[in-house]
Ligand binder design. Sequence first.
Ligand code: ZN
Length: 206
Amino acid sequence: MRSTWFIRLNALFFLASLSFADTNLSALVDAKKFDFSLLLDIRYATKNNFTKVVVYPEARCLLRKSVAQALSRVQSALKVQRLQLKVFDCYRPLSVQRKLWQLVPDERYVANPEKGSRHNRGAAVDVSICDLDGKEIEMPTGYDDFTEKAHRNYFKLSKKAIRNREILENAMAKEGFVGLDTEWWHFDYRGWEAFPIEDVSFSGVP
Ligand SMILES: [Zn+2]
């Protein structure tokens, strides 16, 4: 009898540790804690975005832990090439998505909060590349350019822009990020659909 309880208790602890590990990897974290060198230019925390309105209370890059770890590996790999990431956007709470939708209720530019944005799941990042001095290298367009020039299959560009887009795509793909066809800067981490849409506020993440 005693041994049966012992086995059950052990099984319980095992299951608890498994679910803790899962929660841990999917918990929202501050990406800077995994790589202090990450260069942030969180546009929605400034007026320097296409809505011209500040919609984030803080300039932070929050991501699922496994995604933050993968991004930190991309950063390390780029540094070997004397390059580094520049981060424009990461996790976005659903309430902020609603605010964006109020400002621009047009699905060509903003995801409808009824469906949620990929950024609401904490597994999407908008990134570009800088040199080690923090100067952006040439890319097809600026950030949040909604023309076809931003599409990944657009090639009427300078050789440099095509090459640089490829460097970013390769570095991200190696660590499990998949690019969005219409935005050269947007990447989702593999399995992103499995992460639920969240409405944790920025201040709710340490
Ligand atoms: Zn994006």
